[in-house]
Design a protein around this ligand. Structure first.
Ligand SMILES: [Zn+2]
Length: 321
């Protein structure tokens, strides 16, 4: 399945890969999908498009001399890339404002450039080289600071109208209360960065778990502290994690019923808490129409470095008509 979708670059042809974060740009070269040799990283010029372009021109001069001039560049970036306009939405990098990132950079560098957001690149990495290889429908979810995701079907990244496919974190939690230890708790409805109110994103990621803990116990803890205390059986953190699991598992089970994924791979900071992901998996599988006999929700192989690996796949994907 995978090899059929990858035909844009000949086997063995190089693809430059970059992972653009708010602080650093990682840069490297790939000789086959799923493998990247990293050259290093440079600070991201966030304020100025001209400085951003100049940074890539320097990287090409420094590392590109041994490669053909037409060697493509594939980018994993924070923010959402619109498939209609190529513009970046919800990005914290002002240099990109009003820019069609891939098309504009392609003109400047005189080589093909493709771009996708970091959640999409993570799912591509898992579908081609990670724990969801050769699966027809792969959903990737990001449980990082907030909640994100992406979708790969038959080896192709589904960008969808507006480029927001798989962004299951933005939409109101429909449940209004939780019953925990025979007590009823109203679920706080918080303003979300997307402009809506009550989104899963506000309570379902690492910051969300911390907000829940603060709300339930008036205690300020990091998500890591909450998860560790939960694993040790501490009562307050157990209540918080049980609340978090209900809030996240219900919409995730709905996502499963809609998409029919064979695997859900998890990236982002909370993915490293494998006991939490196992508990989430068990809870999700109680809410799916199809009975999944094996673990469905799993920590991804590239939970921490999906951007570069995903870019190595992205740079070889056939553009869809
Ligand atoms: Zn939102």
């Amino acid at each position: 399945m995978s090899s059929e979708a990858i035909t844009a670059a000949p086997a063995g042809a190089a693809v430059f890969c970059a992972d653009i974060g708010g602080s650093f740009i990682k840069f490297g070269v790939s000789h086959r999908a799923g493998e990247v040799k990293e050259f290093g990283k440079v600070p991201t010029p966030t304020a100025s498009w001209q400085e951003f372009v100049a940074t890539f021109q320097r990287l090409m001069t420094q590392f590109g001399a041994d490669f053909p001039a037409e060697t493509p560049l594939a980018l994993s970036t924070a923010g959402l890339v619109s498939p209609q306009t190529g513009e970046l939405l919800a990005t914290n990098i002002p240099a990109f404002t009003g820019r069609a990132l891939a098309a504009d950079l392609s003109l400047e560098l005189q080589r093909p450039v493709t771009a996708a957001n970091d959640a999409d690149c993570f799912v591509l990495a898992e579908a081609y080289a990670g724990y969801a290889q050769n699966q027809p429908v792969v959903a990737g979810i990001i449980l990082g600071t907030g909640v994100g995701g992406g979708l790969v079907v038959n080896g192709q990244l589904v960008r969808g109208h507006g480029g927001v496919t798989g962004e299951w974190g933005h939409g109101a939690i429909t449940r209004t209360e939780l019953t925990l230890d025979e007590r009823i708790f109203l679920i706080p409805r918080l303003a979300c960065g997307c402009g809506q109110v009550g989104c899963l994103d506000t309570l379902g990621g690492a910051r969300g778990m911390e907000r829940l803990h603060q709300y339930l116990h008036q205690q300020t803890c990091t998500s890591q502290q909450v998860v560790e205390a939960w694993q040790q059986g501490q009562a307050a953190s157990t209540l918080t994690v049980n609340a978090w699991l209900q809030l996240v598992a219900e919409p995730l089970a709905l996502l499963v019923n809609i998409l029919g994924p064979s695997k859900i791979v998890v990236g982002g900071g909370l993915a490293n808490a494998t006991a939490l992901i196992t508990a989430l998996d068990m809870q999700v599988r109680t809410g799916t129409l199809h009975h999944y006999a094996e673990q469905l929700v799993i920590t991804g192989k590239f939970a921490g470095n999906g951007g570069m690996i995903g870019a190595s796949v992205l740079g070889r994907l056939n553009p869809r008509p």
